[in-house]
Structure formats: structure tokens, C-alpha cells
Design a protein around this ligand. Structure first.
Ligand SMILES: NC(=O)c1ccc[n+]([C@@H]2O[C@H](COP(=O)([O-])OP(=O)(O)OC[C@H]3O[C@@H](n4cnc5c(N)ncnc54)[C@H](O)[C@@H]3O)[C@@H](O)[C@H]2O)c1
Length: 329
């Protein structure tokens, strides 16, 4: 099949490209390299059936051509990362909403199957755990910029389901919970690569807030397997499905695990949210998905643990640091 991956030079998108190219499909990636990196897909450039286009999904004319020429579309392009969302709220909203509008409009026009990734952030301040897809959504006030990401993604979900309702578009929405693994950068606020990097260098690990907030971290390989199953399963069309891990860990425990697994002597420093992200930041204390629907529809079951994740992230960081170490010797 011909598969278009928007945001394919990003973290999740590049793992998707690896998997789908390995299965023999023709892959086109469109990415503006805003948060993605060429290095994520450099190893694919010379492979037969792979094409990279450096451009934006907001280029409607180009996107129409690419979608018309594809059998499947994975729309991974998005503004991401808490830091970026807090610092660039206009870009966040425009990239997410306009980008998805362009993608869904063309998929509907040319009858193409499409996957839209959403986020656990849409559950907002929900307190009833685990989060189920049919739950009410409760986000914060509009002057708290963090919620712009959640609301833009919620609107994407509404638009996807509206296309399904009106034109029977073959679309599935995956609500991703914290997805982590090799190639993710800590530059935009992602906690696992930040902690592992600091631990490996014996540098101070900065915990935002008091560290009692918890998350469930899913390995990117499990999540990518789930994404490809979702788009290939007709009973998933018109559905919203949680994807990730349901194994919960506090952020302080994450820091301690990263330290003990890397033999680190790092110190932990607590930073108030207002100092880390500026005024107007609100965090969610806990986020646990119900994976029942994913299990029922596609037999989804995460297979990799937090320790697997930290091992894989640390191994990648060590291998990237190796040439520098040699150069110093
Ligand atoms: N990683 C997670 O934990 C997580 C959690 C929830 C949802 N998601 C969703 O999964 C998707 C992929 O996220 P990721 O973690 O791989 O982030 P990422 O930043 O690594 O990937 C996003 C990619 O989109 C590209 N991009 C951004 N704006 C673009 C534009 N206008 N045109 C073309 N390309 C553009 C970026 O350069 C980047 O390569 C996003 O939709 C994100 O919202 C991810």
C-alpha cells in the first residue's frame, strides 16, 4: 500500500515509518522538522519505497496531492510538548486544528482511510480513574494555555467523528497516553528522556511540582503496533480508542528508577510549576487509561515495562554519546 505519514520525522511517526516500510509498504513522510528531526528517518532515506517531503501539512494544495495518491494516512503531525504548548499557544492551536482539517477534508473527498492521534490530555481534570473513552471531559479555563492543546485535540476528535457520521469516512481516533522510547527528545518538556539524560550525566534531575503526580508510560513499539491494528480493523472506524500503558508510576519514582538503573549519583531538585512553565500552568495529578476497548477491538495488550523503556532510552543515549567520549580520549 501507499502510506502517507504526516509528522513522520517525529518520535512516534518515525517508528511507524520503520514498521510499515519493513512490512513492504511505500511510505511518504511529510514533516516541517519543527519538533521532528531528520536524524529520526535518515536511516530510511536510501531504502526503496521511502520518500521524505519537508513541508507543512498546512500546505493545502500539496496535501491534496499526497492524500489523493495514498491508500492510508497516519496524521501524526502536531504541535507537542508542554513547554512548546505553553510558549507558543497560537502555533499549537493552528497546527493542530488547521492541519487536521486539511487532512480530514481530503481523506473524505478522496475516500481514504485515516488515523488521527489524540491525547490523554483531553480527559483534562477528570478524577474518575481509569479514564474511559465515553467519559465526560473537563478541561480548565481558557486563560490557562496548557488546555489549548487538549481542546484543539478534542475539536480534532469531533471533526473526525463528524466526517464519519456524514460521509462514513474510514477514520479512527487513538487517544495516546504518555508514549516514550528511543528518539523522543526532552527538549519540549518530555519527562523520560530528560530524566534519563540527566541521570546518565550525573546532572541534577529537575522534578516539576512535588513529584507525587503520576503517569502511565507506554513503550512506543507497543503503541505503534496498536496504531497499525486500529487503522486495519473496520470495527474501529468512527471509534475513539485509548492506547498506551495502564501501569502507573509517580514522577519521583520515575526519577529514582532512572537513577538506580543507570547507577547515577544525580541529585533531585524540585521546581515549582510556575518557575518551570510560567504562571497559568495547571497539571493533572493522575492519568490512567482503561485499555478495555483497545483490548476488545484489537486485542491490545502492552508488553513492555517501565524498566524496558528506561533501558532502551539509556542504550540509545549511550550509543549517541560514544563518539563524543572517543573524541575526548
Ligand atoms: N508522545 C506522546 O506521548 C503523545 C501523547 C499523546 C499524543 N501524541 C500525539 O502523537 C502524535 C505524534 O507525537 P510525537 O510524540 O511523535 O511528537 P513529535 O514532535 O516527535 O512528532 C510530531 C511531528 O510533527 C511535525 N510537525 C509539526 N508541525 C508540523 C506541520 N505543520 N507540518 C508538518 N509536520 C509538522 C514535527 O516536526 C514532528 O516531526 C502527535 O499528534 C501527538 O499529539 C503523542
Amino acid at each position: 500500500m501507499k502510506i502517507l505519514i504526516t509528522g513522520g520525522a517525529g518520535f512516534v511517526g518515525s517508528h511507524l515509518a520503520d514498521k510499515l516500510l519493513g512490512e513492504g509498504h511505500e511510505i511518504t513522510v511529510i514533516d516541517d522538522l519543527s519538533t521532528g528531526r531528520y536524524a529520526n528517518i535518515a536511516h530510511l532515506e536510501d531504502r526503496e519505497g521511502f520518500r521524505l517531503i519537508i513541508d507543512t501539512v498546512l500546505n493545502a494544495k500539496l496535501m491534496e496531492e499526497l492524500i489523493r495518491d495514498s491508500d492510508r494516512v497516519y496524521h501524526m503531525a502536531s504541535a507537542v510538548g508542554v513547554r512548546l504548548i505553553m510558549e507558543q499557544p497560537v502555533k499549537t492551536i493552528e497546527t493542530i486544528f488547521h492541519g487536521t482539517d486539511v487532512v480530514l477534508g481530503n481523506c473524505s473527498k478522496y475516500r481514504k482511510r485515516v488515523l488521527i492521534p489524540s491525547t490523554s490530555e483531553v480527559y483534562g481534570k477528570g478524577l474518575s480513574l481509569p479514564f474511559k473513552e465515553e467519559d465526560d471531559l473537563l478541561t480548565g479555563a481558557t486563560d490557562k494555555h496548557r488546555w489549548a492543546y487538549a481542546c484543539a485535540k478534542t475539536l480534532d476528535e469531533f471533526l473526525a467523528l463528524a466526517h464519519f457520521k456524514e460521509t462514513q469516512l474510514q477514520v479512527v481516533v487513538a487517544r495516546l497516553f504518555n508514549t516514550v522510547g528511543p528518539r523522543q527528545t526532552g527538549q519540549y518538556g518530555m519527562v523520560v528522556p530528560r530524566f534519563v539524560k540527566a541521570a546518565l550525566k550525573n546532572e541534577t534531575i529537575e522534578v516539576h511540582g512535588d513529584g507525587t503526580q503520576s503517569r502511565c508510560f507506554g513503550h512506543v513499539t507497543d503503541v505503534v503496533n496498536g496504531l497499525t491494528k486500529l487503522i486495519e480493523t473496520p470495527s474501529c472506524f468512527g471509534q475513539v480508542v485509548n492506547l498506551g500503558s495502564d501501569s502507573e508510576v509517580s514522577i519521583i519514582k520515575l526519577a529514582e528508577t532512572a537513577m538506580s538503573m543507570t547507577g547515577s549519583t544525580s541529585e533531585i531538585r524540585y521546581i515549582p510549576y510556575s518557575e518551570a512553565y510560567g504562571e497559568g500552568f495547571e497539571d493533572m495529578q493522575r492519568r490512567v487509561p482503561s485499555l478495555e476497548k483497545a483490548k476488545r477491538l484489537i486485542g491490545y495488550q502492552p508488553t513492555r515495562t517501565l524498566e524496558d523503556i528506561i533501558n532502551d532510552v539509556a542504550a540509545e543515549m549511550r550509543s549517541q554519546a560514544a563518539p563524543t567520549l572517543h573524541a575526548q580520549n
